[in-house]
Design a protein around this ligand. Sequence first.
Ligand SMILES: [Zn+2]
Length: 351
Amino acid sequence: METVALLKTLSDAFGPSGFEGEVCATLQRIIEPFVDEMRVDTLGNLIATRRGTGDTTLMLDAHMDEIGFMISFIEDDGFLRFTQTSGWDPRIVPAQAVTILTDRGTKVKGYIGMAPPHILRPEDRDKPYKLEDLFIDIGAVSAGDVADLGIRIGSPAVIAYPFEQLNEQVIMARALDDRAGCAVIAKTLEALADQQVEATVVASFSVQEEVGLRGAGTAAYQIEPDIALVLEATVAADVPGIPPPRQPTKFGRGPAVIVMDNTMITKSSTVRTITELADKNLIPWQYRIPYGGGTNAGVIHRCRGGVLTGVISLPVRYLHSPYALMRLDDFDHTVRLVTAFTRKCPGLVEK
Ligand SMILES: [Zn+2]
């Protein structure tokens, strides 16, 4: 699988929380040659197993959902009101192009409209728009028009611009959080094809992370892993105006190891295992500076009697905005680290 094509296919797929079906179907097609079995569970998690020679189960998790919106009200004149399902900064939502998924499975384009500056009262000019003041304009002229398209209260939407490659190293795409993590797992499974691996690898492409880590908990409960590795996109903030202590990760420094966030404190033995493995394989890596946030590790490590869990993150700029930027060398280094971890597992893990 060519990396850029894989990232484009996955990040362009439609999949806000609760509506991950297209991402799930895409991933099934991609990983099918590299796994022994696959199933989609009740909540929609895609769980794929690659059997190993030993009796240790390693869970590799990445979430399929992206931040999105839901239609909340349809005006008589065909404009759509909406609410967010997760994670948007309302200040950057106005004046964006959106894609809405209809009940027919078709996609309808629209634009997030607002009152134009010409008619704003002077006292309102410096204030950010609130979500409730905004609306989606799909060019319809009546609520009947909207219904005929298959759009209703509850229809999902995302801000959508196409994948772009900025230069040799940098891509710009919509849903790298966390399709980049999904792509890491796919590339890892590909790298392990036809190799003897001791651990049974269970890939869990989970649903509804962005609304509160909902899918991964039920997936981990079913998988009963001995060890789990969560692959997540994380904040790279090496941009103008941000001092180094407030830059969780930096571009081009390799995969980031999470030591703590709002959902888990990583066992120091697990942090050491990952970082020593990276050093041994000459893979650059960085600590992610603790700043809060959370990942599926938060629910996985507390599953059943507890699961040894680590998080390896991809540095991504402009997370939770219409476009995110990622470096391909950071991606490749992450794949190499996860592949090395999987190959050596369980030998390198001290419980
Ligand atoms: Zn994420």
